[in-house]
Structure formats: structure tokens, C-alpha cells
Design a protein around this ligand. Structure first.
Ligand code: FAD
Length: 457
């Protein structure tokens, strides 16, 4: 490894801050430095890391190496006619928006934060509010370069086993170095948004089922502390990129401007127990009541619609030192009863969750460990210190697995390995490809060890 490549031994966690482990973090600035970093991983192997927005332990590697890819951050080519970008994997979606929006292009899929890298978006095959229309991120990737365990760089295209193992493969097939991504054309950087309230879970599911096809983007915030007849009450927001003629004359002067505002970061840690049931219950009540019963065509800034939390740097500190667990699962269409039961159980248990969202997924993409499949996905956050949480979530996992569903590995920090094969039927293909591609197990993470992702069955 070149002497000048920066490296330090530090504690590493995911965004939920639940399971810190110590690793040597190395930050290559060039492709040869990345090759050297892989060759020099050491006995405990290495794992690529982007901006650390995976909630759990996917981008950490206790006692081993973490390859921080964020210094590989060049945008190489923007084809503004065809709507295609070729960039390094360490480029963030935020940076892409800054560069591409003024040219009339938007990323094809964005998760609830734009502070993720292109490499992280491929490795988790992330989904956004447009999954029912556009699928997940890798569907829009026409090729990427992958640095594999033997130190070679391969060009990988769709419809190949290596593409399907890497899309959703959580960094375990190698380091994505560059990617070519197809973009979404937009006339403005504003969103035209319809908002409506749903009185309970059945009302919500009916509205999503009946209306989603009319919108490119759709998601519902759901009040998981509401009980009784109000269980599952929600606020739906759906919309599309606003066309130029929807803007008032003043806004038409700079229709593609992108300058999201940011608030000051909260203190290093807020006191534990700040997010009490009462506090979150009051917040949820306020949030539900302040939403209009029905409003259409509201113009919203893109950052407010897609990434409201990005306005508060380090917002994950509000959960105190213990951190928090994000739990996200999907169950298929026809499994609404399982969804109802789980929502009922979470409500009955009074989990103080204020960031819960429900969405309908569309067609699945071919990634072997890619999370989305057609059906209902619910994501909720819970303070990690909640008494009895581990056993409670284990029970939910069993319910999800029994309904043929799965939990999302990019959010996970606690799933039991014995449920994984039922949730991800292509797991053995993934393990077999890894065994061939990386026989020494160079690429490994805390997630991979915990869930035994690397061993052939
Ligand atoms: C507020 C918030 C909202 C979110 N909303 C959504 C959402 O709506 N939909 C969704 O799908 N996800 C969502 N996520 C999760 C997030 O999109 C994913 O975890 C994403 O992978 C994070 O990207 P990252 O660059 O931070 O990667 P990291 O968190 O650093 O790493 C995630 C995984 O990607 C791998 N990886 C990173 N870079 C590379 C590379 N160059 N080559 C190979 N593997 C690599 C890592 O090994 C790891 O397995 C959200 C996260 C947050 C914090």
C-alpha cells in the first residue's frame, strides 16, 4: 500500500449507532490505492463503506479493515442529451443533484436521505418513493466497475450473475469503483404534491391501492402510537416533479435551482429518554392534525419532499447514546393480514416511533439479496434501549418470515441468521458466487459474520 494512503483505527457504527466496533479505516484517493487497500486488508478482511447511512452493521468490520470510498468522488462524464452520468462510486446523491439538476436531470431513485454514495446505493439496491413505478436503484445502472478480491477490476453489466449478486450484495462481492447511471428528466426542481389523511390502516391501504398508479412518488407517514379505531392512521403524500408551467412567474426565472437549507446540528448527544411515549404521542398527534384532510398541487422544494431529515445534520443523536433500531420489512400482496397484525402489535406495545412509513412496492429487481418485492413495506424506528425490544422484534421477524416476507439488510443490526434463507431464497446462489469469487473471504463485514452471508450452505 502506498505510504500516503490515509488510515486510522477508530470505532465505526451505522447510522443507528447501535453496535460500534473498532476497525482500521483506510481512505483510498485513487484506483491504484483502492487496489492496494484490498490487497492489504489483513486476516480479518475488509468491507467498503460509503457515507455510513446504513443503519446497522453492514459497513463495519470488527478488528479488520473498512475501505472508505468517499474520496473516490469524481464525476467523469455527464451526457446532458441522453441523461446519463458516469461517476466514481464515492460520489453522493447530494453532489449529483447539485450538478445534474441545473441541467434538467434528477437521480432515478433516491432514498430518504441524499447523503448516500452511488456505491452504497448499488450495494443496498436502494428504493425510493417511486419504487412502484421505477423499481430500485440498480435498475438504472447500465454498468459498473467492480474491484474484486483478487485485485482485478471487472466491468459488470446487467443480466449477469455478478451484477445480480452485487446489486443488494452489501459490499460483499467487492468495491464498486465507478458506475454509469441513467437519469430522470425534470423541468423544475420543485415537486407538485397531493396530501391526504387516512383514518386507519385499512383506509390507508385502500387509498394507496386505488391511487398509487396516478403518481410517480408515493409514501405514507403512519402514526404507530394511535390505537383502537385509529390504529394505522396516516398522512399520504404523493406527487411528481412539477412541470415548468405549474410554477408561479417568479419561480420560473430559476426553475432548476437547488439550494437545500440546513439547520444547526443538535448537541453531541441529547439526554436518553427524551423520546418518551408521551412526547412522541404528542408529536404524532400534532403531525396528523396539522396535515390537511386533502390538498392537491402544493409546490414543495425537492429537499422537503424527499429528504426532510437531511435539513438537520446528525439528527440520529436525538435517540441518546444507546442509538436506535430501524426495522423495515416487506410482505407480499395478499398478506395484508400479516401487516395488520404487525401494525396492531407495534401499536399495542406503544413503541415510541415517530419516523414510521408505509409504502407499496412494485416489481422486484433481479438482485439476489435486493430487498424490494411487490407488496407492502413498513419502516419504523425504535430507541434501542426499549425494554424487551430484542424479543419483540424477533417475534415480528418470525411473523414476517411466515408471511413470505423479508427484512431489509441495510437497516438491520439484529436479525437471527436462521431466518435469512427463508427471507432471501437466492441466498445460496449468493454464497456460492462469493465462494468462487472470493475464496479467501477478503470481503467481510459484521453483518456478513452475524448472518453468515459468506459460507456456502
Ligand atoms: C435518513 C435515512 C433514510 C433512508 N431511507 C432509505 C430509503 O428510503 N430507501 C432505502 O433503500 N434505503 C434508505 N436508507 C438506507 C440507505 O439508503 C442505505 O443504507 C445506503 O446503502 C447507504 O449508502 P452509504 O453510501 O451511506 O453506504 P454505507 O452505509 O456506508 O454502506 C452500506 C452498504 O453499502 C456497501 N458499500 C458502500 N460503498 C460501496 C462501494 N463503493 N462498493 C461496494 N459496496 C459499497 C457497504 O459495504 C455496506 O454494505 C436510509 C438511510 C437513512 C439514514
Amino acid at each position: 500500500m502506498p505510504a500516503e494512503t490515509a488510515s486510522e483505527t477508530v470505532s465505526v457504527t451505522g447510522w443507528g449507532r447501535t453496535a460500534p466496533t473498532v476497525a482500521r479505516v483506510i481512505r483510498p484517493r485513487t484506483y491504484p490505492e483502492a487496489v492496494a487497500a484490498v490487497r492489504d486488508c489483513g486476516a480479518r478482511g475488509g468491507i467498503p463503506r460509503g457515507l455510513g447511512r446504513a443503519y446497522g452493521d453492514a459497513a463495519q468490520n470488527a478488528g479488520g479493515t473498512v475501505i472508505d470510498v468517499t474520496a473516490l468522488d469524481r464525476i467523469h462524464v455527464v451526457d446532458a442529451d441522453a441523461g446519463v452520468v458516469l461517476c466514481d462510486a464515492g460520489v453522493s446523491l447530494h453532489r449529483l443533484m447539485e450538478v445534474l439538476l441545473p441541467l434538467g436531470w434528477f437521480v432515478p431513485v433516491t432514498p430518504g436521505t441524499r447523503y448516500v454514495t452511488v456505491g452504497g446505493a448499488i450495494a443496498a439496491d436502494v428504493h425510493g418513493k417511486n419504487h412502484h413505478v421505477s423499481g430500485s436503484f440498480a435498475r438504472h445502472v447500465s454498468s459498473f466497475e467492480l474491484l474484486t478480491a483478487d485485485g482485478t477490476v471487472r466491468t459488470v453489466r446487467p443480466d449477469s450473475p455478478l451484477f445480480d449478486a452485487t446489486a443488494g450484495g452489501m459490499g460483499l462481492t467487492g468495491v464498486v469503483l465507478t458506475a454509469t447511471v441513467r437519469l430522470q428528466p425534470v423541468e423544475t426542481s420543485l415537486m407538485s404534491v397531493d396530501t391526504e389523511r387516512a383514518a386507519d390502516l385499512d383506509d390507508l391501504m385502500a387509498r394507496l391501492t386505488d391511487g398509487d398508479h396516478r403518481y410517480r412518488y408515493s409514501v405514507a407517514w403512519i402514526d404507530l402510537l394511535a390505537r383502537g379505531a385509529a390504529t394505522g392512521r396516516a398522512v399520504l403524500t404523493r406527487g411528481d416533479h412539477a412541470p415548468l408551467d405549474a410554477l408561479p412567474p417568479r419561480a420560473r426565472r430559476a426553475p432548476l435551482s437547488f439550494s437545500p437549507s440546513r439547520l444547526p446540528a443538535p448537541p453531541a448527544f441529547l439526554p436518553d429518554g427524551l423520546l418518551t411515549r408521551t412526547g412522541v404521542g404528542l408529536f404524532n398527534e400534532f403531525w396528523y392534525r396539522r396535515a390537511p384532510r386533502a390538498r392537491s398541487g402544493e409546490l414543495q422544494r425537492l429537499s422537503a419532499f424527499f429528504h426532510p431529515l437531511d435539513g438537520v445534520p446528525h439528527w440520529n443523536r436525538v435517540y441518546g447514546r444507546g442509538g436506535f433500531v430501524q426495522y423495515q420489512f416487506v410482505v407480499g400482496h395478499g398478506r395484508e393480514e400479516a401487516l395488520r397484525r404487525i401494525v396492531g402489535r407495534v401499536s399495542a406495545r406503544r413503541c415510541p416511533s415517530f419516523l414510521a412509513v408505509l409504502k407499496r412496492f412494485g416489481e422486484a429487481d433481479p438482485g439476489w439479496l435486493s430487498f424490494p418485492r411487490p407488496g407492502w413495506t413498513l419502516a419504523l424506528d425504535v430507541p434501542a434501549g426499549l425494554p424487551g425490544l430484542a424479543a419483540f422484534l424477533d417475534e415480528l421477524d418470525e411473523e414476517v418470515a411466515a408471511a413470505g416476507g423479508r427484512v431489509y439488510l441495510a437497516k438491520d443490526s439484529r436479525l437471527r441468521p436462521d431466518l435469512l434463507a427463508a427471507m432471501y431464497p437466492r441466498l445460496d446462489d449468493f454464497r456460492a458466487l462469493r465462494a468462487e469469487l472470493d475464496p479467501r473471504g477478503v470481503f467481510v463485514s459484521d453483518l456478513a459474520r452475524r448472518l453468515n452471508l459468506q459460507e456456502p450452505a
